[in-house]
Design a protein around this ligand. Structure first.
Ligand code: FES
Ligand code: FES
Length: 160
C-alpha cells in the first residue's frame, strides 16, 4: 500500500506523519497517535462513536481517510479540556448523568460541541438533530439532551 506524508493540526499541536493511503482517521488517531478517546463502533458511518471535528465540523472518523486531513485541523475529545478544566458541556454530561457505559459519550460531546460553537441558543429539536448521527443504547437520550441544554444555558449565563 502506498504511503503519504501528511501534516495537520490535532488538538492545537502540529503533527507530521507518514500514513498508508487507506488508513482511516480513526485508526490514525487511536493506533498511531494513542488518542483512544475517540471510539470505534460500527466502522461504517452508522453509530457516531468515532465523531471528531474536522475544521470545526463533526465527521465520522471511520469514514475519513487520514490523508484527507492533510493541512487541516482535527479536534478530538482529548482537545476540549483546557488546563485540566472540563468544558461546560463535559461537566454537564457528568452532572446530569447523561452517560451510562460511556461508549457513545465522546462522539456525542463532539457533535454537541460543534452545535454549541455555532448556536448558543439551540432548541430541543436543533439539539436532537445535531446528535441524530450518534447512537446511544443506554440512556434513552433524554439526559443527553438535558445536559446539552444545561451547557447552553451555562454558556449564555457566562456571556451575560
Ligand atoms: S465507528 Fe464510525 S460511525 Fe460507527
Ligand atoms: S452511554 Fe452507553 S451507549 Fe451511550
Amino acid at each position: 500500500m502506498h504511503k503519504s506524508m501528511i501534516n495537520l493540526t490535532i488538538n492545537g499541536d502540529e503533527v507530521d506523519a507518514v500514513v498508508k493511503d487507506n488508513l482511516t482517521l480513526l485508526d490514525f488517531l487511536r493506533d498511531q497517535l494513542g488518542l483512544t478517546g475517540t471510539k470505534k463502533g460500527c466502522e461504517e458511518g452508522e453509530c457516531g462513536a468515532c465523531t471528531v471535528l474536522l475544521d470545526g465540523l463533526p465527521v465520522n472518523s471511520c469514514c475519513t481517510l487520514a490523508v484527507e486531513c492533510n493541512g487541516r485541523e482535527v479536534t478530538t475529545i482529548e482537545g476540549l479540556a483546557r488546563n485540566g478544566q472540563l468544558t461546560p458541556l463535559q461537566r454537564q454530561f457528568i452532572d446530569k448523568w447523561a452517560l451510562q457505559c460511556g461508549y457513545c459519550t465522546p462522539g456525542m460531546i463532539m457533535s454537541a460541541t460543534a452545535l454549541l460553537n455555532t448556536n448558543h441558543h439551540p432548541t430541543e429539536l436543533e439539539i436532537r438533530e445535531a446528535i441524530e448521527g450518534n447512537l446511544c443504547r443506554c440512556t434513552g437520550y433524554a439526559k443527553i439532551v438535558e445536559a446539552i441544554q444545561a451547557a447552553a444555558a451555562e454558556m449564555n449565563w457566562e456571556e451575560a
